[in-house]
Design a protein around this ligand. Structure first.
Ligand SMILES: Cc1cc2nc3c(=O)[nH]c(=O)nc-3n(C[C@H](O)[C@H](O)[C@H](O)COP(=O)(O)OP(=O)(O)OC[C@H]3O[C@@H](n4cnc5c(N)ncnc54)[C@H](O)[C@@H]3O)c2cc1C
Length: 347
């Protein structure tokens, strides 16, 4: 019995770009395992904006974050990728040569070890974590009364909701949750917001019509027998205090992207991003590729469609490492029976 998993490619990150790379690799008969520290696939789309519409995915006039992830999962299904969720890639070690690369990849939680011929880093901004407000004991309400993201709007139906923050997320969720919340309160430090003007206007008209409350100040304490939240104490600028009764509090103070161990892999990082060429999206280490939000090159746009293109080109070069003796033929899925067989759709 071997002590490691042998595969052609390890993909670090199961965001939209890592998922689509499975498709491009699969068409070239390249097998892969994907690793993600999150408990589910989909990266930012599934974690940060599952119910929001995206309008710039080619061929989809509108698709939600989760809708896109679901479609990508259906599209890569024929290639049976293996997912290792809740696992953080801790170390990446080169054990081959530049001509015949080979890598050992290890995860922290379960200590799973992989050996492969190429590695594709599709790690977005690294593992992202919400910035937390400095309130004593806040952890004891997390997941029951304090949430840093809205996964399912229904969870907040008929609840007294306190949203804290003044940016796009705070304002977007204010206007989206107000119709279903029992009562919604928005709290911000000052009466100026860093959000889309029409959303700020909508919020102000809801306040003017008495359909929600707006307070200025900061949360100084949470009330309720943890883990059940019952209210928050707000300290205003003039030093006075006010209690807001609430069942849930949603602080939106932005996210910190923690690059984590990627910084230690000798990839000549530039401002926490991995420089790549634009022919193959390969890093300075032959056999290690970087696609999606994690990479940088002149003209880079952090868009999902850019990551899809990068994955397609990286797959071409990966093929040379995995099948050095085979010539790669360019084929269309529309007309190639061989590709259609791989997709399970050949007549
Ligand atoms: C609110 C919002 C709206 C957006 N709207 C649009 C839009 O309309 N159109 C558009 O094109 N783009 C949009 N984007 C940007 C888009 O979401 C990103 O470009 C896209 O998610 C990048 O995909 P990715 O796969 O490269 O990275 P990510 O989606 O960030 O996924 C990377 C994954 O890698 C994992 N990971 C990182 N490090 C490790 C590690 N060491 N071990 C294991 N796993 C790791 C992370 O947990 C994560 O799941 C939006 C972003 C936000 C926040």
């Amino acid at each position: 019995m071997t002590d490691h998993i042998e595969t052609d490619v390890v993909i670090i990150g199961a965001g939209p770009v890592g998922l689509f790379a499975v498709f491009e690799l699969g068409l070239l008969d390249i097998k892969c395992h994907l690793i993600d520290i999150l408990p589910k696939v989909g990266g930012q789309c599934a974690e940060l904006y599952p119910e929001k519409p995206i309008y710039d995915i080619p061929g989809f006039p509108m698709v939600t974050g989760q809708g896109l992830v679901d479609n990508l999962m259906a599209q890569i299904e024929p290639f049976h990728p293996t997912f290792h969720l809740n696992e953080m890639v801790e170390s990446l070690e080169s054990i081959g040569t530049p001509e015949a690369p080979r890598f050992r990849v290890k995860t922290s939680e379960n200590g799973t070890t992989f050996e492969c011929k190429a590695v594709i880093i599709a790690a977005g901004g690294g593992s992202f974590q919400p910035k937390k407000p400095p309130i004593d004991g806040i952890e004891s309400y997390e997941g029951t009364g304090v949430y840093y993201a809205v996964r399912k709007m229904e969870m907040f139906r008929n609840k007294r909701v306190l949203i804290v923050g003044g940016g796009d997320s705070a304002l977007d969720w204010t206007v989206n949750l107000q119709p279903i919340a029992k009562r919604l309160t928005l709290l911000h430090r000052r009466d100026a917001f860093r959000a889309a003007p029409h959303t700020v206007e909508k919020m102000r008209s809801l306040v003017a019509s008495g359909d929600m409350d707006l307070h200025l100040g900061q949360v100084s304490a949470l009330k309720g027998d943890a883990p059940v939240l019952e209210g928050a104490v707000i300290r205003k600028d003039d030093g006075s205090e006010l209690r807001v009764d609430c069942d849930v509090m949603l602080p939106f103070f932005g996210l910190t992207m923690k690059l984590g161990p990627i910084a230690d892999w000798g990839l000549n990082l530039h401002e926490n991003l991995v420089p790549v060429d634009t022919e193959k999206f390969e890093t300075n280490v032959p056999g290690i590729f970087a696609i999606g939000d994690i990479n940088t090159y002149p003209g880079k746009l952090k868009l999902i469609l850019s990551g899809f293109h990068e994955g397609a080109l990286a797959a071409q070069k990966v093929h040379r490492y995995v099948y050095p003796e085979k010539k790669l033929l360019f084929q269309y899925t529309t007309s190639s029976t061989s590709l259609q067989k791989k997709l399970g759709v050949a007549a």
